[in-house]
Design a protein around this ligand. Structure first.
Ligand SMILES: NC(=O)c1ccc[n+]([C@@H]2O[C@H](COP(=O)([O-])OP(=O)(O)OC[C@H]3O[C@@H](n4cnc5c(N)ncnc54)[C@H](O)[C@@H]3O)[C@@H](O)[C@H]2O)c1
Length: 294
């Protein structure tokens, strides 16, 4: 049995997943000042569009130079180059936001790359790259903007992790490791920042269709191909995920599981560990058989 085939009613699973995780609901918020990293594509872009539709002000940050904004960036969004690996560019982003807005209401640490690979084939460079972007990129964003949010006495940090941060399939250990760390950072900050009026949320979607597969590494083509298929053949797209994320943010949720597969897999791992282990074992064996156990 696959975890996604579990006979768990999704609506109940959804309520159960949410119950212990709700902090401060904020449905009436509009005109917020929002910074989204990796906002020129995929989920970041879909979230930017959704915030703009709500009447919020959005600064999209991504890799293209500031004076050469990508065509994808909506006309009513601001745009800034921010490579999340660069301390200097984070400082420059904070200075610019301070100057134009005098503060920030929502920081969305969303930029990320994909990676797949059997452990012996992932190189040291692969590990360094994904750690620098997917994990340290989030840490740098929090370190840069949390002092501003604490001083204001309000704001929200939203970190994009992944279902892979909660459920850890074979042949993607570097990706699951950094995403689990993003879930961990988010929970620590949730308790740390609550006394200062700053909320934290972490987004943990299952696979959805974006450009993410184009960032896959080539150290282990078989594993990268497996991950690529999961992304490009996913049922949902980024707009559908973003719509669910916005509702969850309105409800003040901490742990955001925006799609049925994410909710079922997370719940299945906790409530039916034997089924979970069997599913993961089958996945590992199937991959080993397909690659000739090489
Ligand atoms: N697509 C999925 O199946 C999926 C599932 C779970 C989680 N996620 C996560 O969602 C987030 C967004 O990914 P997506 O699927 O929208 O992919 P995407 O490739 O469409 O968008 C990622 C964006 O991040 C940017 N980026 C990459 N490296 C950067 C850097 N160093 N500094 C700044 N920006 C950088 C890219 O230019 C791109 O615009 C990622 O953190 C990803 O891990 C994606």
């Amino acid at each position: 049995m696959r975890l996604s085939d579990l006979p768990l009613p999704d609506s109940a699973a959804r309520r159960l997943s949410r119950l212990p995780f709700v902090s401060t609901p904020s449905p009436a918020d509009t005109n917020r000042r929002v910074l989204i990293t990796g906002g020129a594509s995929g989920l970041g872009l879909a979230l930017a569009t959704a915030f703009l539709e709500r009447g919020d002000r959005v600064m999209i940050a991504d890799l293209a130079p500031s004076d050469d904004r990508p065509d994808t960036v909506p006309a009513d969004a601001r745009y800034l180059r921010l490579d999340v690996r660069s301390e200097d560019e984070w400082q420059a982003a904070r200075d610019e936001i301070d100057e134009i807005w005098g503060g920030l209401d929502v920081l969305v640490n969303n930029a990320g790359i994909a990676q797949g690979g059997r452990i012996e084939m992932l190189t040291e460079d692969d590990w360094r790259l994904i750690t620098d972007i997917n994990l340290l990129g989030v840490a740098r964003g929090c370190r840069t903007f949390v002092p501003m949010l604490k001083k204001q006495g309000r704001g929200r940090v939203v970190n994009t992790a992944s279902l892979a941060g909660l459920v850890h399939p074979p042949t993607m250990s570097s990706y699951t490791a950094v995403k689990a760390a993003v879930v961990a950072i988010s929970e620590s900050l949730r308790w740390e920042l609550e006394p200062f009026g700053v909320d934290v949320s972490v987004i943990c979607p299952s696979f959805f269709r974006t450009n993410l597969a184009s960032s896959l590494n080539s150290s282990d083509p078989a594993a990268a191909g497996f991950a690529s298929k999961l992304i490009t053949r996913a049922k949902l797209d980024a707009d559908q995920i973003a719509a669910e994320v916005m509702l969850a943010l309105d409800a003040g949720e901490f742990l955001i599981l925006p799609d049925p597969d994410a909710r079922k897999n997370y719940r299945g791992k906790r409530l039916l560990p034997a089924v979970y282990a069997k599913t993961m074992l089958d996945m590992g064996r199937k991959f080993a058989a397909a690659t000739g156990k090489s």
